[in-house]
Design a protein around this ligand. Sequence first.
Ligand code: S3P
Length: 176
Amino acid sequence: MLDYNIVLIGFMGTGKSTVASYLHSVYAMDMMEMDQEIERREQMSISDIFKIKGEAYFRRRETELLREVSGKNNIVISCGGGTPMREENVIEMKKNGRVVLLVADPETILERVRFSENRPLLQGKKNVEAIRELMEERRAKYEAAADIIVDTEKRSMERICREIIEKITGMDENHV
Ligand code: S3P
């Protein structure tokens, strides 16, 4: 039982939701997948929210949701890929969270998102160049928000999650 949250950030397709499910089931953490929670509350897919209500509306829902959970603990929070782009969101994440940046190569990301119909920002941009460009645009903000960085490339979920827990626990020891 952790007295803080683990906040997973990273580009689309870096494995945030899968890592969150694993930590939820193996490490007995509560879990919140932000996109799913927003879809549940809005009764609409992410694509429809972007289409009908607009991206700005979606971004406000993300910030609200983070504010709700930042006072709690032992939750693994899987953010949307764009969540750390807003400074106020990063402040919320850090209130009671250790922020973990998941990374993968654009080629791997393309394979993971190729058949996804629910990623409006990649509509018509499902190619390595476009993914690399958006990743580069975002890199500085991702890295500035991160407490630790974990590569999800070609490794088992078990190893990835063990590394996350070890690095995060190490952070605690370094704080003492
Ligand atoms: C977005 C990523 C998506 C979702 C929305 C916007 C982004 O989440 O929040 O489509 O701006 O990168 P995933 O990273 O879970 O795909």
